[in-house]
Design a protein around this ligand. Sequence first.
Ligand code: ZN
Length: 114
Amino acid sequence: MADRDIFCKIVSKEIPADIVYEDDDLIAFNDIAPKAKIHVVLIPKKHIGPHTTITENEAPIMGKMMVVANKIAAQVGVDKSGYRLVMNSGEDAGMGVDHIHLHILGGNKLGPIA
Ligand SMILES: [Zn+2]
């Protein structure tokens, strides 16, 4: 079932996570396999598939994710030093879980993206 992936189970607290932020719409947790000193994963509580599937209907929640990412960056102390937001979509990009998610990476110098 596409709506019962690991991130849905983190939302329902069936699977524990190191939660760093939570509100009515979004939840964020530390990545279990961090790719930087700070690596937080921010997801909508409502299941949304890959970025390729989003429509105008998802515009408000996508906008909120960007605003909350900024708050989380300040909370974890990378707002001044800088951070990278990454959203993968699909197999070629390495999207590991089919529930839209925004990676917040920072805390050390990051390599060039391209
Ligand atoms: Zn899901």
